[in-house]
Design a protein around this ligand. Sequence first.
Ligand code: KDG
Length: 331
Amino acid sequence: MAKVVCLGEIMLRLSAEAGTRLNQTQQLEVFYGGGEANVAVSLANYGHAVQFVSKVSDNGFGQAAERHLRSYGVATDHLLKAVGRLGAYYVEQGTGQRATSVIYDRQASVFALMDELEWPLAELFAGADIFHISGITPALSEQWQNLTLELIKAAKKAGCKVSFDCNYRQNLWSQKAAGAFLNKILPLVDYCSAGKMDAIYLLGVPEVEADATYYYQKLQELFPTIQAFYSTNRIVHSTCINELQGTLWINGKCYTSKNHVIDPIIDRIGGGDAFTGGILHGLLKEKTPNEIIEFATAAAVLKHSVKGDCNQFSEKEVLKFIKSDNAKIER
Ligand code: KDG
């Protein structure tokens, strides 16, 4: 069992029921989610000892967010509580004709307002194997850019591997600002969720007609100390069907998963986090690159079958899905 520390904002999610728009819905379904929190849940589902580090509101919403994490076995020893608000976001589920849309209501949340690290860093990272954080957190404020850098440096000092998911959110910062920040922190990162889109739009790699290998090569040239890059490639059809394939670049080689057809899609939010959770699990368990990419992609596909932001499946269930899905293909 590995020890993992995930840090980020957990938010209240309010979703209009499928087939209704936010401007017409009479009811909103409640979930809790956040990029790093979703990865924490995945890794706890796979049996790792995970701490989720954050700050939530000292009221019923903060309590519910904590209960959400604990119900999956995620430890919350470093979940701070303060007077103020929990960030929220509203979701309108997509259909074949239109994409899922998200409205953020997270400004001035207790987490976004933080301007110093209030956790005992040496204690936090002692004995941890991986520290996971994403590009959503530094996008919250300039202060959070500095704090993210500080956190990563402290994790490295403690001998922890750093996992970073670029997780670009256009509603939070510009591509230019994100790119400038990535150039500062990626030299300190060990495992990085980034692919062709991040390479082109955030890191200025010129677009050419080429497959994932080319872009990973470019990313590796830019950041030679990163040990693994990974991403998913989604093909969206005009119907409800999506196709999803994952790629992993490790030791100078690119590994590609099976192409999955996802139909129907119950909820696609958190698919990328389920993928990252699967990759980190495979790396921690020292699985082969092929096993890692098949597992992570299958976990992302399964996430689309359940409501809410979190992967709800154990390692055994993901492996069973891979087996049954392969059988379906062979017939
Ligand atoms: O990756 C899923 C996240 O986007 C979702 O859980 C909400 O953290 C979130 C965000 O900032 O968009």
